[in-house]
Design a protein around this ligand. Structure first.
Ligand code: UTP
Length: 484
């Protein structure tokens, strides 16, 4: 075992050896004091006991194989049912139902019992940007970042409820913490009081190679990844965020992901349905239209109180393609990753063992000489917890359908589907619909797309209703790019 003078550091090193991960010290003799200190500081933050358990489960005894870690007993296909969903309003009855939910949601927000919670710890590897994804410019005219658009929604939602501000919980990770904190500070939290932004940093776990050995990203740095959005539960309790919520009288949380600029943060209708149902957890769903769409599905499992989310690969062929008489897929409740939680459920959920998922990923590393390597194929396993795995434990849990074009356009990839461009397009299209429904005119091309970039800032109007209220008397005329 390598030796150091400091007794505490020696114990830390011993933990690494006990977990069979001593290869992380492979370049120890070549490192200077600063390099060694940096490696030891990182090692301190890693739960090597947990890593050992995960390696045993997914590498040494990988049954079933990573990627198919859940499933029915003996690998039998799962018996699933479609969930009950609060569907999009289609008649007077459902419109009245949603109007009542909206009223109750606005009431709960105005009472200060609902707080927004953003999960922004992801590494954004598919998008491939430098720095946190939340800082990517998305406003089609102003170039406002995702985070700024959310901050302005939160300010507007507070103002609508007659509140000076609202506490905003922001989960970061090693990959995003410094960048996000600096951006918030530089922008003066985009108008929110610094005291009302609570950062909580999730934990990282090492990525391991096929033999279960932690991969080195550099001579003195272990390649790690955040422990999945489900790491939120641990982060909430470790950071004191749950106590902070209690202190502030927060009873419900609206959680959303950093990559969806269309998300209606603190949507009063969703909050209202959650409150009315006395729900422990809620999820918004978008209609899956084609069997091949790769979206997680919200389902019901026999003998389970809550709802579950299954991967698209977990559903058997017959269920995957089955359609109802009206042509819609029978299993069509796509998880939009927008959730409500009751704080009491979160307190309980922190103690749950959600179970890790293992996924094969490309992990930057160094060769035996310490030279950097960018692998062209997956060379490592990353371990992640998924937030939606808490849902089967929630009783009751609700699912509410949303219109994809109004509320869901995530920024995932640099090219192809779900890019920053498709999200900007979706924002423009939605702005055009709001203007038209308030009686305004929007020039469109032969394909029906708006010919100008249009952006409606959250502080101008939070939603279609607010836009109509503000501009119904005198709808704007669009004759060029415009930010309202
Ligand atoms: P994704 O799973 O799409 O991951 O995260 P990502 O980091 O954005 O992108 P890839 O997979 O590396 O390309 C969905 C949401 O969950 C958050 C992300 O920040 C995003 O808001 N997330 C993901 C976390 O907060 N922590 C994690 O460990 C993983």
């Amino acid at each position: 075992m390598i030796k150091v003078d400091d007794e505490h550091a020696q114990l830390t090193i011993a933990r690494v050896y006990q977990a069979g991960q001593e290869q992380v010290f492979r370049f120890w003799d070549e490192l200077d004091d600063a390099g060694r200190a940096a490696l030891l500081a990182q090692v301190e933050t890693i739960d090597f006991r947990l890593l050992k358990t995960l390696v045993t489960k997914y590498v040494e005894r990988p049954t079933p194989l990573p990627g198919t870690i859940r499933g029915g007993p003996g690998g039998a296909s799962l018996v699933l049912e479609p969930p009950d969903v609060i569907e999009l309003p289609k008649d007077d009855v459902s419109r009245a139902r949603d109007a009542e939910a909206r009223r109750r949601g606005l009431e709960a927000i105005a009472a200060g019992t609902v707080a927004p919670l953003l999960v922004a710890g992801g590494q954004a590897t598919r998008l491939g940007v430098d720095g946190p994804k939340g800082l990517v410019p998305i406003g089609p005219v102003t170039g406002k970042s995702l985070i700024q658009l959310f901050a302005e929604q939160i300010r507007a939602a507070a103002a609508r409820g007659g509140l000076a501000s609202l506490p905003w919980y922001v989960m970061t990770s090693e990959a995003t913490d410094a960048g996000l904190r600096a951006a918030f500070a530089e922008a003066g939290q985009w108008g929110l009081p610094a005291d009302d932004v609570f950062f909580l940093k999730q934990r990282d776990l090492p990525a391991v190679n096929v033999r279960g050995k932690a991969i080195l990203a550099d001579k003195n740095r272990i390649a790690t990844a955040p422990n999945g959005h489900g790491g939120l539960l641990l982060a909430l309790s470790e950071s004191g965020a749950l106590e902070d919520m209690r202190r502030r009288g927060v009873e419900h949380v609206f959680s959303f992901q950093v990559d969806n600029p269309l998300c209606a943060v603190l949507d009063p209708v969703f909050v209202g349905h959650h409150v009315t149902a006395g729900a422990e957890m809620g999820t918004k769903v978008v209609e899956k239209k084609e069997p091949d769409e790769k979206v997680g599905l919200v389902v019901r499992r026999p003998r389970q109180p809550g709802l579950s989310v299954v991967e698209y690969s977990e559903i058997d062929e017959a269920n995957r393609v089955e359609r109802e008489e009206d042509g819609r897929l029978r299993f069509r409740a796509g998880n939009a990753a927008i959730h409500t939680f009751s704080v009491s459920f979160l307190e309980r959920a922190c103690a749950l063992d959600l179970g890790y998922h293992a996924a094969q990923k490309k992990v930057r590393t160094v060769n035996r000489k310490g030279e950097r390597i960018d692998p062209s194929e997956a060379n490592g396993l990353k371990f992640e917890l998924f937030l939606f795995d808490a849902m089967p434990h929630a009783d009751p849990a609700i699912a509410q359908e949303i219109a994809r074009q109004d509320e869901f356009s995530p920024v995932k990839n640099a090219r192809g589907a779900d890019t920053a461009d498709t999200a900007r397009r979706a924002l423009i299209d939605r702005a055009a619909r709001w203007i038209e429904s308030a009686g305004g005119a929007v020039p469109r091309d032969d394909n029906g797309r708006p010919t100008h970039a249009i952006e409606i800032g959250p502080l101008t109007a939070l939603d279609r209703e607010a836009f109509e209220e503000r501009f119904g008397e005198k709808p704007p005329t669009i004759d060029g790019d415009v930010a309202l």
